[in-house]
Design a protein around this ligand. Structure first.
Ligand SMILES: Nc1ncnc2c1ncn2[C@@H]1O[C@H](COP(=O)(O)OP(=O)(O)OP(=O)(O)O)[C@@H](O)[C@H]1O
Ligand SMILES: O=C(O)c1ccc[n+]([C@@H]2O[C@H](COP(=O)([O-])O)[C@@H](O)[C@H]2O)c1
Length: 221
């Protein structure tokens, strides 16, 4: 199984997440994309962050009827830093071939992430061009290092070696949608999602089963 991992705050999830995930899936020949809804991005303030269950719920709605699985696995693992999450995922799913997906806004500050070179050595990275961030991403310290490991998407699609470090840049129709714009237009978006189980009632179902991760424990089998 080749799986693209898109980590994010999803505050809230939007059509841009869905579109870039599906485009990356076909460009890279992935079987699935997993959305890792972060309990809290270590570089983002908590202020204005909707509760995790609301963000997971918005992600489930955006991922419907698509080969996208939504998980709050970082909450279960107790990890906040991506490098720790990816290590745990590799241990848990040793046969999966993962690729880390991110928009170019994240590449621009990737050098500030914990052990970012360690992430790059662990699995290939695919960066999706995002309007407004191209210049910053191209000039970033992470790009200066990752640039020498460039690979084409076409090469990637061939079911050959899945080595790292590897950097694939993906350019689809620019998608200017963002969670910031949604929050600005609709600050109360989370209050309209119901019912939302409390945080301690989010469970993580084994991804192999294809089950969605948000479930009220009272209803769990
Ligand atoms: N329109 C888009 N084009 C390309 N990548 C995107 C787009 N929207 C989100 N992403 C990527 O999806 C991942 C998760 O994004 P996130 O949940 O932070 O959404 P966001 O719209 O960037 O939120 P915010 O505006 O609050 O920063 C990040 O890697 C981000 O770069
Ligand atoms: O590991 C880090 O140091 C780190 C620093 C900043 C962001 N991240 C991760 O980057 C992903 C994108 O976050 P966001 O908030 O831009 O959607 C999400 O999975 C975060 O946990 C990770």
């Amino acid at each position: 199984m080749r799986i693209g991992l898109l980590g994010g705050s999803f505050n809230p999830a939007h059509g841009g997440h869905r579109r870039v995930s599906l485009s990356a899936r076909s460009a890279l020949g992935l079987d699935e994309v997993w959305w890792l809804v972060s309990p809290g991005n270590p570089l983002k303030p908590n202020a204005g962050m909707a509760p995790l269950p609301a963000r997971v719920k918005s992600a489930i709605a955006q991922a419907r009827r698509a080969p996208i699985k939504v998980t709050a696995i970082e909450q279960e693992l107790g990890t906040r830093y991506t490098v720790d999450t990816l290590r745990a995922l590799r241990r848990r799913y040793p046969k999966a071939e993962f690729v880390w997906l991110m928009g170019s806004d994240n590449l621009a500050q990737f050098h500030r992430w914990k052990d970012w070179r360690g992430i790059a050595k662990m699995m290939p990275i695919a960066v999706i061009a995002r309007p407004g961030y191209e210049g910053q991403a191209a000039a970033s310290p992470a790009m200066a290092w990752l640039g020498r490991f460039r690979r084409s998407a076409a090469k990637f699609r061939q079911r050959g070696e899945w080595s790292a470090p590897a950097l694939v840049t993906l350019r689809f129709d620019p998608d200017s949608r963002s969670a910031t714009a949604i929050r600005r237009a609709d600050p109360e978006w989370a209050s309209r999602l119901s019912p939302i189980p409390p945080r301690d009632q989010i469970t993580h179902h084994p991804i192999e089963t294809g089950h969605i991760v948000l479930q009220d424990k009272a209803e769990a089998p």
